[in-house]
Ligand binder design. Structure first.
Ligand SMILES: Nc1ncnc2c1ncn2[C@@H]1O[C@H](COP(=O)(O)OP(=O)(O)O)[C@@H](O)[C@H]1O
Ligand SMILES: [Mg+2]
Ligand SMILES: [Zn+2]
Length: 365
C-alpha cells in the first residue's frame, strides 16, 4: 500500500486508497407494486413464494448453488417472457404468477454476449445513431446530385461500401497451422467505403472520418452543428460511460462489460420506453470498480425511466446499493433453496442467519 501514489490518476489506486468510492445511498426507493412467484420448486427450490418489487433495484444474493439462477432466470424470467411475448422456453416449476403482472410490458435478460451477429455491427448501429448519420450524408448536395440514398452509406449492403472487403475495412487470410491473418483491405485502405462515397462530406468530414470519431468527439461535433436527432442517439452511450469508444469500432472488439452497457444504452435511447424488467446474472463479473460505478449509473437511469432492475450479485458494492434484497440459502445444493431473509440492506445486516448480512454489517459501517 505504501508504494501507491496519492493523487495518482489510476482508478485502481484511487479505489485502493479510498479516494474513490461507491457511496452507500442515503435512502432506498420505496415500492408498492410487485410480481410474486408462488411455489417455486425447480432444482433445489423448496416451494418458496417470492415477491419481486417493481420500479426499484432488487439484488438476489446467496452462496453459490443456493438457487439464485434457478429462481431468477429459469422461473421468474422465463415465466414472464412467456406472458409478454410468444417466444420463450418453458419455465422451471412453480405454481402461480401473481401481483402487478399487467403493469409491465416486457422483460429482458441482459448478458455480456456480443451485440449484433455480423462482424460489421458496432455500437452506433446498435443504438441506431448510424441511421441518422446516414440520412444526414444522403441530404448533402453532392449526394443528392449523384442520387446516393441513405442506404448508400451503409456497410451492410452493396452500393457505397468497398466490395473488396464488404465494408469491413479488413480482409481475413486463412493460414494453415496458424491463426488467421487480418490485413487492412488494399482496395479501400481500411476506410470501408469506395472513393465515390468518401467524396461526400458533411462539414468537411466524410463518413469514414465520422466513424473514426469517439462518441465524445462525435457528440461535440454534432452539437456544434446542432444535429439533435444524432446527438440524442449518442448521448446514452456517453451516459453509460462509453464516451471513449470509436463510432465504427467493431462489436467483436468490445469487452463483455462494454457489450452489456451498449445494450443498456440502447434501452436508454428509446423515445417511448414501455415499462420493462431488466434481469442480470452476476453482471460485475470481470468488471473493474470504475466500470461497476458506470454500470450502477446506467441502472439508476433505467429506474428513473420507470423500469425495474433485478440482479443476481455477490459484489458488496452493488448489494449495499439495493433497494431490496432477496437472500437465498442458507447453503448450496439440497440445503439451499430457501429464503433466508428479505428487506433493505440494513434489515439484511440484522439477520443473524444470513451470510450476506454478516458481510453487509461491515460494509454499512
Ligand atoms: N439443470 C440442472 N439439473 C439439476 N440440478 C441443477 C440444474 N441446474 C442447477 N442445479 C442445481 O440446483 C441448485 C441451484 O443452482 P443455481 O440456481 O444455479 O444456483 P446459484 O445460481 O445460486 O449458484 C444447485 O445445487 C445446482 O447444482
Ligand atoms: Mg447462478
Ligand atoms: Zn475495402
Amino acid at each position: 500500500m505504501k508504494d501507491l501514489q496519492k493523487g495518482s490518476d489510476s482508478y485502481t489506486v484511487k479505489y485502493l486508497l479510498g479516494e474513490e468510492n461507491i457511496d452507500i445511498p442515503l435512502s432506498h426507493r420505496r415500492w408498492n407494486n410487485y410480481i410474486e412467484i408462488k411455489g417455486a420448486r425447480e432444482n433445489n427450490l423448496k416451494g418458496i413464494d417470492v415477491k419481486f418489487p417493481l420500479n426499484v433495484m432488487t439484488v438476489v444474493t446467496g452462496v453459490s448453488g443456493s438457487g439464485k439462477s434457478t429462481l431468477v432466470r429459469d422461473i421468474f424470467y422465463k415465466a414472464l417472457k412467456r406472458e409478454y411475448s410468444d417466444v420463450s422456453d418453458r419455465p422451471g416449476e412453480f405454481i402461480a404468477l401473481e401481483g402487478n403482472v399487467k403493469m409491465i410490458k416486457d422483460i429482458e435478460f441482459v448478458d455480456q454476449n456480443p451485440i449484433g451477429k455480423s462482424s460489421r455491427s458496432n455500437p452506433v448501429t446498435y443504438v441506431k445513431a448510424y441511421d441518422e448519420i446516414r440520412k444526414l450524408f444522403a441530404e448533402q448536395p453532392l449526394a443528392k446530385q449523384m442520387g446516393y440514398t441513405a442506404g448508400y452509406f451503409s456497410f451492410n449492403t452493396e452500393g457505397g461500401r468497398c466490395e473488396e472487403c464488404k465494408g469491413e475495412g479488413t480482409v481475413t487470410v486463412e493460414m494453415q497451422f496458424m491463426a488467421d491473418l487480418v490485413l487492412e483491405c488494399e482496395s479501400c485502405h481500411g476506410k470501408r467505403f469506395n472513393s465515390d462515397t468518401l467524396e461526400i462530406k458533411y462539414k468537411d468530414k466524410n463518413i469514414y472520418d465520422i466513424l473514426e470519431m469517439t462518441v465524445n468527439q462525435a457528440v461535440e461535433f454534432f452539437t456544434e452543428h446542432n444535429q439533435r436527432k444524432i446527438i440524442k442517439k449518442l448521448l446514452p452511450l456517453q451516459q453509460v460511460g462509453l464516451g471513449y469508444i470509436k463510432l465504427g469500432q467493431p462489436s467483436s472488439t468490445l469487452s463483455g462489460g462494454e457489450n452489456q452497457r451498449v445494450k443498456l444504452a440502447y434501452f436508454l435511447s428509446l423515445e417511448k420506453s414501455e415499462s420493462t424488467i431488466f434481469v442480470f446474472d452476476e453482471p460485475t463479473t470481470g468488471l473493474h470498480f470504475h466500470d461497476i460505478k458506470k454500470l450502477m449509473n446506467a441502472l439508476d437511469a433505467l429506474i428513473e425511466r420507470g423500469h425495474t432492475i433485478i440482479i443476481i450479485e455477490h459484489n458488496m458494492d452493488i448489494i449495499k446499493c439495493a433497494d431490496y434484497i432477496i437472500d437465498l440459502g442458507a447453503e448450496g445444493g439440497k440445503d439451499g433453496g430457501n429464503i433466508v431473509c428479505t428487506g433493505t440492506p440494513e434489515e439484511i445486516a440484522e439477520c443473524k442467519e444470513s451470510y450476506t448480512g454478516r458481510f453487509l454489517t461491515d460494509k454499512l459501517k
